[in-house]
Design a protein around this ligand. Structure first.
Ligand code: ZN
Length: 251
């Protein structure tokens, strides 16, 4: 597995059998660097079997459509994320609620239309395993978004957690909040945070998802933002964070 951070968001190149899969696709405009990196890391053709997404936020699907077209591969999305990436609805998150108060109705309608990623997207059922990645299981981790999923490889306890938990300081109602996070961010202190406050849909579910991920005991904790935690300290750090979240879920 390879990790590429671009503009503050992580994408992962995951090999399985003779093929590989791109997990998450960065902000819009990241397609060229993702494709070039894939060409260097993943063989001459540099073309994956598919693009898998943890959830449909623009910093995770921004370059998915262009890459899917260039590679002629599908974008596979958790089924419960579909309404938010097929032009049906916007996420029930504080940022959208605020936009709805300040923007005219037709601007909001345009945002809904623009959320449509088009025909390249196919839904998958998280209960039925991970498409193209036989050694992996899909872990439903709703909260940050309704259909958010994490991906876990039990064989070596590799966890790709999306935005269910972050390996960097950030403002979150699930720990990481208060004034300390900004100082830690400036000093680049490694630490765990919950999903970002303004773009998280359901805090009760988000808290339960952190606890569920801690139960996996990951050796490698690779998230949507921040430097992955790897080695013996990863699982205890996540367990301690989950215990804090469970004890006082909303800070
Ligand atoms: Zn997100």
């Amino acid at each position: 597995m390879h990790w590429l951070p671009i503009h503050g968001t992580n994408v992962y190149f995951v090999h399985s059998a003779k093929s590989w899969v791109l997990i998450d696709a960065g902000f819009p405009g990241s397609g060229r660097i993702i494709a070039e990196t894939a060409g260097r890391l993943c063989g001459a053709a540099g073309r994956p079997g598919s693009i898998l997404i943890t959830h449909g936020h623009p910093d995770h699907v921004g370059s998915a459509v262009g890459l899917a077209a260039a590679w002629n591969v599908p974008i596979l999305a958790p089924a419960a994320e579909m309404p938010f990436i097929d032009g049906t609805a916007l996420y029930p998150e504080p940022l959208v609620a605020w936009l709805a108060r300040v923007l005219p109705r037709r601007a909001m309608a345009a945002l809904v239309r623009d959320s449509d990623l088009g025909d390249a997207v196919l839904p998958f059922d998280p209960q039925a395993g991970v498409p193209s990645l036989l050694e992996w299981v899909c872990v439903p981790t709703p909260g940050h978004t309704p259909g958010h999923v994490a991906f876990f490889r039990p064989g070596d306890r590799t966890l790709i957690a999306g935005d269910a938990v972050l390996t960097m300081p950030w403002a979150s109602r699930l720990g990481g909040g208060g004034v300390g996070w900004l100082w830690d961010l400036v000093r680049r202190t490694p630490r765990l945070s919950g999903p970002p406050t303004v773009v998280t849909c359901d805090w009760r579910e988000a808290a339960a998802s952190v606890v569920a991920l801690a139960d996996l005991d990951p050796w490698l904790l690779a998230t949507g933002h921040g430097t992955p935690f790897v080695g013996r300290h990863a699982a205890p750090a996540l367990r301690a964070f989950a215990a804090r979240v469970a004890a006082a879920p909303f800070g």
